[in-house]
Write a protein that binds this ligand. Structure first.
Ligand code: G4P
Length: 288
């Protein structure tokens, strides 16, 4: 599917990382727990010179817990990597992040040798929410009125613990076809950059196969497995009164309903890819 990425974005991300990386101890990559493989920057390891990394599966409250466990195991098996699941708005779990960084760089974290962390992630993955939560934690802990010290984008999270933010950007290359659909479904891509009906159909195709019961319950449908993707979209449109004249279904409106309900979690806790599936998509080499 054609998604209008903007190639300039990758250059900004690359520049922001290149400017800082020499003095960074740990790289945090924020991933969307509903699409960890697709929301990961495929060039990050190379861009960061293979520095130790924390993979944060954010929005885990919206993701399928069984699949989150698979992804955490997958990342934790990688060298110099720690993976944690988070809901960025919750303060206590966010503190796990600081602990994971300390484990990866135990020699850092003092006033003399501060921990220097870089945080990256695609748009809408929850980076601002997480930073606000972490800053709030410090505020509560220290009573520091300023709460956040910003100097050249440096945020002081705790004594001897500094965080640098990078622009929340998507990368234009090395994205498998299915990743384009999953990123669009998640809300990481501006809505003018893709065809909503196509994305909703792809999403329904996957949900029919893996989360049929959730789909049937939410939209009061019967036996979706026996229906084509377009039939499911039409049935949802009818069920929700998204109609044009003469009883025709407004498929565009129905597509918006499907995507909004997936994004908000109203459909249930759903993950659009497993580590195994993602490997297969990569191997199939369906590059955009
Ligand atoms: P960004 O800086 O990476 O672009 O993302 P941001 O923090 O702005 O978060 C994007 C949206 O995702 C926000 O919702 C935010 O509340 C939501 N979000 C972030 N982390 C989590 C999480 O762990 N779980 C859930 N369920 N949602 C999360 P929004 O609808 O755009 O704004 P609002 O509802 O907060 O006003």
């Amino acid at each position: 599917m054609a998604i209008q990425w903007f190639p300039g974005h990758m250059h900004l991300t690359r520049k922001a990382i290149a400017e800082r990386i020499a003095e960074i101890d740990v790289v945090i990559e924020l991933l969307d727990a509903r699409l960890p493989g697709s929301s990961a920057n495929p060039m990050l390891a190379e861009l960061t010179g293979h520095k130790p990394g924390v993979k944060v599966l954010n929005k885990q409250d919206l993701a399928d817990p069984e699949r989150t466990a698979l992804w955490l195991a997958h990342y934790n098996a990688q060298p110099a990597t720690r993976a944690i699941g988070l809901d960025a708005s919750q303060a206590a779990p966010a503190r796990q992040l600081i602990e994971a960084c300390r484990q990866l760089a135990p020699q850092r974290g003092s006033m003399a040798k501060p921990m220097r962390v870089l945080i990256c992630g695609i748009p809408n993955v929850g980076k601002s929410t997480l930073i606000n939560t972490l800053v709030g934690t410090r505020k509560a802990k220290t009573g520091d009125e300023a709460g956040v010290t910003k100097l050249e984008q440096r945020i002081v999270l705790a004594d001897g613990f500094y965080l640098w933010d990078t622009p929340g950007m998507l990368w234009p290359r090395i994205i498998v076809a299915q990743s384009g659909y999953n990123l669009a479904a998640s809300g990481a891509v501006g809505r003018n950059a893709f065809d909503e009906e196509l994305v909703a159909l792809e999403l329904l195709g996957y949900l029919k196969q893996h989360y049929a019961a959730l789909l049937e319950a939410r939209f009061r449908l019967d036996a979706v497995a026996g229906l084509g993707d377009e039939e499911v979209l039409e049935a949802i449109g009818r069920q929700r009164g998204a109609l044009l004249g003469k009883g025709r279904v407004n498929l565009q409106k129905a597509a918006e309903i499907v995507m909004n309900e997936f994004r908000s979690g109203s459909l249930g806790r759903i993950t659009l890819e497993t580590p195994e599936e993602f490997e297969q998509w990569l191997a199939a080499g369906q590059l955009l």
